[in-house]
Design a protein around this ligand. Structure first.
Ligand SMILES: *[C@@H]1O[C@H](CO)[C@@H](O)[C@H](O)[C@H]1NC(C)=O
Ligand SMILES: *[C@@H]1O[C@H](CO)[C@@H](O)[C@H](O)[C@H]1NC(C)=O
Length: 190
């Protein structure tokens, strides 16, 4: 009986002590590196900014009246788009949809070139990586024939991802701004 009381008392004191210690961080311990896997992804993105069913919507634009800035095309400096672009296995929009890229891009160059800085999450909806996504954050000088974007993270099977994406414009309508872009992605992940 006495032993039980002592035990109860110890439990109460213990719980109280634990709730008093309220640091928002743990002790820092050495990180055990895990063996990473390497995966290659290949797909096409369809970015439609003009038309009946746009996949990218302009949500903000600067007042450029009286400002001598380039580009004057569909994505002038300062314009901001929110996107939900389909990803497909082939360049044809009717080929199999394997996911979507959601996020935003901002036209960020004051020069004569057209640069979109992308903040996109590429999520997959089929196959082994269904439910997983990779995070991409980079400038994209869209008029150059080949570009590279940084993969800075990921979710699900792509947890702790890092890597890069090589991009080539497959087709583009420079007036409307609609484009199909081929992606070759190399991802290291757990
Ligand atoms: C855009 O800028 C011009 C020149 O500064 C100004 O006259 C005009 O009122 C502005 N328009 C809007 C909608 O703010
Ligand atoms: C992908 O995962 C979702 C959620 O778990 C599931 O509902 C869906 O059927 C899956 N799709 C395919 C093609 O496996």
């Amino acid at each position: 009986m006495k032993g039980r009381l002592v035990l109860t008392w110890l439990l109460i004191v213990g719980v109280a002590a634990a709730s008093v210690k309220s640091d928002y961080y743990s002790d820092s311990v050495p990180h055990e590196p895990k063996r990473e896997k390497e995966t290659h992804l290949h797909f096409f993105i369809h970015d439609i900014i003009t038309g009946k069913n746009p996949t990218a919507l302009k949500v903000a634009q600067a007042n450029l009246t009286g400002i001598d800035t380039n580009p004057t095309g569909p994505t002038p400096f300062g314009s901001t788009f929110v996107v939900d672009d389909p990803l497909t296995t082939g360049p044809d929009p009717t080929s199999e949809v394997i996911g979507n890229a959601q996020g935003a891009y901002v036209s960020s160059s004051q020069g004569k070139d057209v640069v979109l800085v992308l903040y996109l999450d590429f999520g997959f909806t089929t196959g082994k990586f269904n439910g997983s996504s990779i995070s991409v954050f980079s400038r994209n000088p869209i008029t150059e024939p080949e570009r590279e974007l940084a993969v800075v993270g990921g979710r699900g099977k792509f947890r702790m991802a890092r890597g890069f994406a090589k991009l080539k414009t497959y087709s583009v309508n420079p007036t409307l701004g609609n484009a199909v872009v081929e992606y070759h992605v190399t991802v290291l992940h757990y």
